[in-house]
Design a protein around this ligand. Sequence first.
Ligand SMILES: [Zn+2]
Length: 235
Amino acid sequence: MQLLLVSPVLFSFLYQLCFVEKIDRTYFKLRSNCDYCYRQLRFYEMIPIFSFLIQKGKTNCCRYRLNCCYFIGETLALFPGFYELQFPALLDIDYATFLLIYLFLLVFALYDFTTFTIPIHMLFIFSCCVCVIAHIHVISFLFVSSLLHLIYFFCKKSIGYGDILLFSVLSLAVPYTFFRYIFLLTFIIGGIFAIVYFLIIKNSKQRVPLIPFIFLAFNLTIIFQQTTHYGGMFI
Ligand SMILES: [Zn+2]
């Protein structure tokens, strides 16, 4: 249950790291500042979720609106904490790998939602963490990565290269049986959403971020695997 506190803090750290343009030794000595007037934040202004609620979504110093992605992300980051004790041992991935992928996908999803891009330095950090924490699947990675690059070569306008790289890293982190469900569900849910969205706004040139759907598909795959496991089957 300690993760109920640690997980939102980890999310906040990773999300602000997305916007850092230069990482060197001085970065780790920096204190947290207001995004607008750069006043150093007090301890109680850095408590995840509560500081946003107490300050009513505005900064204390200059009364600017706080970035609500922090609040959404920190709230969603609570879920792995609730899940910690009930995480089934027989799933295709262990809890550490689940937590790693969950937090990074959450960060990437919110960043993609606001900017339609993926921070490449964060993808590099994610890849390094996968190699250290997860059981890696090199053969599956080589196969999936080659196939995805081939798809990208023919459909450059339909999918971003950041999405291709993220899918490739995921194929390294999880077994192929698990990855194929994430991949399929991403495009099924994303496709249905895009059709409904384009019918409503009637502008097919509007872009739709893909990573929020990868995050959703990852969670649905966990739930789906858990359900089938307890139901007596195993996919
Ligand atoms: Zn301020």
